[in-house]
Design a protein around this ligand. Sequence first.
Ligand code: PRE
Length: 118
Amino acid sequence: MTNRETAPAPEGVDEAVRDELTRLRESIDNIDAALVHMLAERFKCTQQVGRLKAAHRLPPADPAREARQITRLRQLAESARLDPGFAEKLLNFIIAEVIRHHETLAQGGNATPGPPAR
Ligand SMILES: O=C(O)C(=O)C[C@]1(C(=O)O)C=C[C@@H](O)C=C1
């Protein structure tokens, strides 16, 4: 095993099948790593937005902006043959976390996109 989490394919499976499974899992691990990096960058941006909003007493949530983002993302998902409902749920999930950070900043707290304090 590499430093990735690619588990060995099960024993007793045809070698070609195992190779194919391993190859696909390596790509999945790469994609998951890219997702984490992209999310980290997105949260860095939204942290700056949160600070700006807190400094200028703007509301944490902007439903009109969210509606436009959802429309756009659903269209992108459709053309990429991804379930638009799933894309919408994912965006809503991310935005809910961003709004939580914005609210913390608005209350004078220190919302960082990093791991929660233990
Ligand atoms: O664009 C903003 O105003 C943001 O605060 C960012 C963001 C987002 O994560 O995309 C989060 C909350 C808002 O309701 C809309 C969008």
